[in-house]
Design a protein around this ligand. Structure first.
Ligand SMILES: [Zn+2]
Length: 252
């Protein structure tokens, strides 16, 4: 504990003691448990970025990467950003810059990005199926989103690209590699919330998939997930998993 942290905790302890004087606690009042924040991973050796398609994290550590796509709901983006700020959870966001929430909540997200707690990656500007587009329009989708991320957050989002709907083929992979994305980032596990599902379903999916080495996909599109943020965190904690973003484990 450094001196500043120590003094802050000392001040908090004194304040708590003073608050206790003369104020009879309610009979059912219990001290709220002190929950440790997630911290940045230590001791992980970053590996070179593989070429091709990525489904899992490298290594044998108990790492897990929750990745959050799209952002059609500004409220869900705000919720994830607040969750990350309050718990230290590390997240990878696959943004579509067309969705207003990435701009509306830039002030909340930017410090997390600047602290390297979140990684902002490319999911195209407006989420078309890239297999249905000409090479020119594919490039335009990728570059426009890069320009958005650069102007808003000071990053291009490279080298991680998740094609919308996970739709890709060998020719598209080659073009994306030429555009600066040597690896197509898929997932091994899904919160199942690309459509509206119940909070209970999301928790069940989280229990199935938040496991060592997994890249798990979720969406900032529907509010159900905002009701279970705490449960997602508890699953990760209870399993002694280290949350990471993709830039924590790959050389980027
Ligand atoms: Zn998507």
């Amino acid at each position: 504990m450094d001196r500043r942290t120590f003094l802050a905790s000392l001040a908090a302890a004194v304040a708590a003691g003073l608050a206790g004087c003369g104020a009879e606690p309610a009979p059912d009042a219990r001290p709220s448990p002190t929950v440790a924040r997630f911290t940045a991973p230590t001791g992980l050796r970053k590996v070179p970025l593989p070429h091709g398609t990525l489904f899992e994290l490298p290594g044998k550590e108990r790492t897990v990467a929750l990745t959050v796509d799209d952002g059609t709901s500004s409220a869900v983006i705000e919720g994830y950003a607040t969750l990350a700020r309050d718990t230290g959870l590390r997240l990878t966001f696959f943004c579509n810059g067309v969705n207003a929430g990435w701009t509306t909540h830039a002030d909340l997200l930017r410090p997390l990005h600047d602290d390297n707690q979140i990684f902002l990656a490319n999911h195209t500007w407006s989420h078309p199926n890239l297999l249905h587009l000409s090479a020119t329009r594919v490039a335009r989708q990728v570059r426009r989103n890069e320009a958005f991320l650069q102007n808003t957050y000071g990053t291009l989002g490279r080298p991680f690209m998740r094609p919308p709907y996970g739709a890709h083929d060998r020719a598209l992979d080659a073009q994306l590699a030429d555009l600066g994305y040597p690896v197509v980032t898929m997932w091994l596990g899904d919160l199942g919330d690309s459509t509206v599902v119940s909070p209970r379903t999301i928790v069940a999916n989280a229990k199935d998939w938040l496991l060592p080495g997994h890249i798990v996909i979720g969406h900032a599109n529907h509010r159900s997930v905002t009701k279970v943020y705490g449960q997602l965190v508890e699953i990760i904690r209870a399993r002694h998993l280290q949350p990471v973003h993709l830039g924590d484990v790959f050389e980027v």
